[in-house]
Design a protein around this ligand. Structure first.
Ligand code: PMP
Length: 395
């Protein structure tokens, strides 16, 4: 028997939290759990530029026949340009469309396992839980490096550099390009340069997970860390997601980029990316990727999209400032000012599991057990409620 031999898999914590939220009968409950952007009314709308591109696509699309194993080359070119600008010459860039950023990470790690079976992957403590579960599933050994300082809620950069000093040649160092998930704490440009120097010195290969470009300090600023590393290192892997910054979560648009040292190894990498897509799912999804290409290559659509991303980014920053202000008032201290310094959709508040549970039980406020909040789940009305709950729970 086969199916009867299966073992139950652990439930996804965030999905379980969503279910608990749905079952909560309180009308004033607040969902700060799942990682999708929400506007002030709590909706996750289709972006206007995406709607416009979909309408145009419906008019001009003549076939839905297969594209290429690595997706439409125009998608790879457009998204690579958004991420890297002119940092790296074309003959060093291999890339493949993947089902979302998750697919990019999965394909990237499969490539690592093929090319360097002994490589260890270094991951920030904490990181996006799917990173760890995919590494475990693939049987790739990994080690955590210090990243989040729970006393300051900023990056523990000295700890990070000390831990990464133990990286062996050929190991992979996983970095979040911007808007670190789950903490919201990010490297400065000067720190990115130090990390890039370390990677070069160690002969390590960075994998940069870029899932929130445009949600932190802006589309260009959020790519700076990735570009610094891309300029410095001979080999770089980048997993990009269009789920958040184009709001096309369910379309599954991601891209795995491999920067190789020369044209011959770029061709080898490109062939391997096509091979890996073929083995796992054959052709990648195209609809979302096509919308992204249309938006990025059309001046008017691109300007409209950039304005929408900028609105989202400013909205997140405003909520951060409001929450930090409110907490300063209610707690009579500046110990929560880090919330305004964090960037992206998430912040780890530094609450204990008991405090997280108390906020859920007593105030109907749902956040992930490690006290990660989705800032986009707040609005001007609920900011003071969260602040009050935090102070009451003794955070
Ligand atoms: N990396 C990180 C750090 C993320 O937070 C996410 C989204 N939760 C992803 C990758 C991938 O998202 P998706 O597969 O939906 O594009």
């Amino acid at each position: 028997m086969m199916l009867t031999a299966l073992k139950p898999q652990p439930a996804d914590k965030i999905l379980a939290l969503m279910a608990a939220f749905r079952e909560d009968a309180r009308s004033d409950k607040i969902d700060l759990g799942v990682g999708v952007y929400k506007d002030a009314e709590g909706r996750t709308p289709v972006m206007r530029a995406v709607k416009a591109a979909e309408k145009r696509l419906w008019e001009i699309e003549e076939t839905k026949s297969y594209t290429a194993l690595t997706g439409d080359p125009a998608y790879g070119a457009a998204l690579t340009q958004l991420i890297l600008g002119d940092t790296v010459p074309d003959d060093r860039i291999a890339c493949a469309a993947t089902p979302g950023g998750t697919g990019a990470f999965r394909q990237g790690m499969e490539l690592v396992r093929m090319a360097a079976p002994d490589a260890r992957v270094w991951v920030s403590d904490p990181t996006w839980p799917n990173h760890l579960s995919i590494l475990r599933h693939l049987g790739i050994p990994f080690t955590e490096y210090r990243y989040f300082d729970s006393a300051t809620c900023d990056v523990d950069f000295d700890g990070m550099m000390a831990d990464l000093d133990r990286v062996a040649e050929g190991d992979v160092v996983l970095l979040h390009g911007c808007c670190h998930n789950p903490t919201g704490a990010n490297l400065t440009e000067a720190q990115w340069r130090q990390v890039a120097d370390l990677l070069v010195r160690k002969g390590a290969v960075p994998f940069i997970d870029l899932a929130y470009q445009g949600f932190g300090d802006g589309l260009e600023a959020d790519a700076q860390g990735t570009r610094i590393v891309a300029r410095a290192c001979r080999e770089v892997l980048i997993g990009a997601s269009c789920s958040k910054n184009f709001g096309i979560y369910r379309e599954r648009a991601g891209l795995l980029i491999a920067l190789a040292p020369d044209a011959a190894s770029t061709r080898l990498a490109q062939g391997t990316l096509a091979y890996l897509n073929r083995q796992n799912f054959s052709f990648p999804p195209d609809h979302g990727a096509r919308l992204v290409t249309m938006i990025l290559t059309d001046d008017a659509l691109r300007a409209a999209w950039q304005a929408e991303v900028e609105d989202i980014r400013r909205g997140l920053l405003t909520l951060r400032e409001q929450l930090a202000d409110e907490l300063r008032r209610q707690s009579n201290s500046d110990r929560f000012d880090f919330i305004a310094r964090h960037r992206g959709m998430f912040s780890r508040l530094g609450a204990s599991p008991e405090q997280v549970e108390a906020m859920r039980r007593d105030h109907g406020i749902y956040m992930v057990g490690d006290s990660r909040i989705n800032v986009a789940g707040l609005n001007a009305r609920t900011v003071p409620l969260l602040a009050r709950a935090m102070v009451a729970a003794g955070v």
